[in-house]
Every structure is written in structure tokens, then in C-alpha cells.
Write a protein that binds this ligand. Structure first.
Ligand code: DON
Length: 302
């Protein structure tokens, strides 16, 4: 960790959600979890918001709620070379559906597909699902971050209205946006992230109890999106250098998973130019190289 920490100096804190500027740029923590054992290093007690890591959780829930056919009739499966908040591709695609569920446009459509009779009920279901995935019933929303994002959500708002005008996003734009902002503002620790990663890597089963939390097919879909789109327009180079299915968030959160059921949670807030945690990326690349963790290594192919 000490050798990697300087990598964070090349990054900057996300500023378009002002509350994220409260983060300590020096914070750096990592938890690796498998079965019942945790390996922890650095500031693993720090809490941070989930941000885009929430996109894999909402996708899993939407797939359970609506099924694959419904979800993928509204959002694509293709990676993109564009940044995560791009609106550009929506104009080019006919029909105008977002390229994948990991970019903001796609994630907003996914959120609009979550079941619930009210916004409150939907976010309540999202939180309950997170409680199951993490085994941590105390997980809750950071109201300050949510309020901050709400005030600076014009780009996401315009993505929603664009998608609504093309019939891709159904229902109430402001309601969908509010659920999305809340899901991005859930507070977590590296330990929580590592547990989620472990369940995804373990084909959806809780590694301690063996209980199925996600259907294996959905765990497989999520893992595939993590490889192809989880690090945005750095997903290709990250797949080559680390080969670890991963999902990043602008808070500096990074979740990884391995096919043997190992989950990895990393937190370091300064971001590289693609919006991924600079030190987090370096840490996963280094661990992968040292312990030959790439899922593309012949010894790791299942
Ligand atoms: O919607 C947004 O822009 C943020 N709430 C989440 C974006 C994000 O985390 C992108 N990740 N690197």
C-alpha cells in the first residue's frame, strides 16, 4: 500500500458533486475477502459513497425485477470509448438506447425499471438488497451527498429527458433521478464492497452461508459488464493490465471480484482522467501482476 499511495497524487477529487470535495485525498484502504476471512490494509474504516458502483447493484435488481428481455430492450450491451456522462452516443444510436448499463444514461434507464409503488419504496428495496449483499444492515444514504448531487444533476436530468422523449425511459423523470441520486449516495466501507464482490465472484452465493442471493446467470451478466464497461473508457487497458472484473465510482470506490469468490474493495478518492481511482487502479494492477490474478491467465480460466 505504501508503495502504491503516491499514485493517488496523479489524480484529483471529483468536483462536479461538491460534497465529494470533502473527501481526504490521503485516504487509502483495501479489503480482500474470501469465505470467512478478510485481509485488510490502510484506512478500511473510512466510509464513502457508492456512486457508480451502485450501477451493478441496480442492474442486478432490475434484472431480477424485470428479466433480461425487458432490461436489454431498453439498454444495450456494448462498451464505449466515450466518457461515462456522455450524451453524444444517444443521438447517434437508432433507436436511441444507451450503449450499456454502466454509463450514466444506461444506469438511469436501469433505475427507472426498478420495482416499487413509490420512490421511497424503490430506494427502500435497493437498500434492503444492499443489506443482504453486504450482511450489513446499518448501510444507509448520506443525505449531504444526495443533496449536493441533486443541486448539480443537470446533465443527468438532461439525459433522462432525452431518453424520455425517445420513449426509452418511461415514467417520471424527476422521480427516477431522485432514486438514482439516492442509490449513488449510499455510504459503504471497503469491507462492504469486498463482500459484494465476493458474492458476484461466487456465482451469486453468499460465501459464508452458501445461500443464493443473486441468480448465477445475473452474477455472470454483471461480471461480464464489469470486464467490458466497469472502468468506462479505460476498461480495455484495465482488462489487459489487471484482468480483474471491476467497477469504479467517482468517490474513489473500486470493487473487484475473482471467479474463485474473492471480493476486493478499495478506496482512494483522487481520480484519474477517466474517472477511476488512480491509486485503486494501480493497486489492482499491481496485485494482479504479483499474484497472477487476471481472469485471462490460462491458470485462472474456469
Ligand atoms: O451520476 C453521477 O455522475 C454520479 N452520481 C456517479 C458517477 C460515477 O461514479 C462515475 N464513476 N466513475
Amino acid at each position: 500500500m505504501n508503495a502504491i499511495q503516491p499514485a493517488s497524487k496523479s489524480g484529483t477529487l471529483a468536483s462536479y458533486i461538491p460534497a465529494l470535495l470533502d473527501a481526504d485525498p490521503e485516504a487509502f484502504g483495501c479489503v480482500i475477502y474470501k469465505g470467512e476471512s478478510f485481509i485488510e490494509a490502510g484506512r478500511t474504516k473510512d466510509r464513502f459513497t457508492l456512486q457508480s458502483v451502485s450501477k451493478i447493484v441496480s442492474l442486478a435488481l432490475a434484472l431480477m425485477d424485470q428479466g433480461e428481455e425487458q432490461v436489454f430492450s431498453r439498454v444495450g450491451m456494448e462498451p464505449t470509448g466515450n466518457p461515462f456522462h456522455t450524451i453524444q452516443a444517444l443521438e447517434k444510436e437508432k433507436p436511441s438506447k444507451p450503449l450499456n448499463p454502466m454509463i450514466n444514461a444506461g444506469a438511469l434507464v436501469v433505475t427507472s425499471l426498478l420495482e416499487g409503488n413509490s420512490g421511497e419504496e424503490t430506494i427502500g428495496r435497493f437498500l434492503a438488497f444492499l443489506h443482504e449483499l453486504t450482511g450489513n444492515p446499518s448501510i444507509h444514504i448520506c443525505e449531504k451527498t444526495a443533496a449536493s448531487e441533486r443541486k448539480h444533476a443537470d446533465l443527468n436530468r438532461s439525459l433522462c429527458y432525452f431518453l424520455k422523449s425517445h420513449g426509452v425511459l418511461k415514467g417520471d423523470v424527476e422521480g427516477t433521478l431522485d432514486i438514482y441520486i439516492n442509490q449513488c449516495s449510499v455510504l459503504m466501507t471497503c469491507r462492504d464492497l469486498a463482500r459484494i464482490g465476493s458474492i458476484i465472484g461466487n456465482e451469486g452465493r453468499d460465501p459464508e452461508t452458501g445461500r443464493g442471493i443473486l441468480p448465477p446467470r445475473i452474477a455472470k451478466i454483471i461480471t461480464t459488464f464489469m470486464v467490458t464497461c466497469g472502468m468506462y473508457n479505460a476498461s480495455g487497458s484495465f482488462a489487459i493490465k489487471a484482468g480483474i472484473p471491476a467497477k469504479s465510482g467517482v468517490s474513489g470506490a473500486l470493487l473487484g471480484c475473482l471467479p474463485d469468490g474473492t471480493g476486493i474493495g478499495v478506496y482512494s478518492p483522487p481520480l484519474d482522467e477517466k474517472g477511476n481511482s488512480a491509486a485503486g487502479v494501480r493497486l489492482l494492477e499491481t496485485l494482479s501482476e504479483k499474484y497472477d490474478l487476471s481472469i485471462f491467465s490460462s491458470q485462472n480460466r474456469v
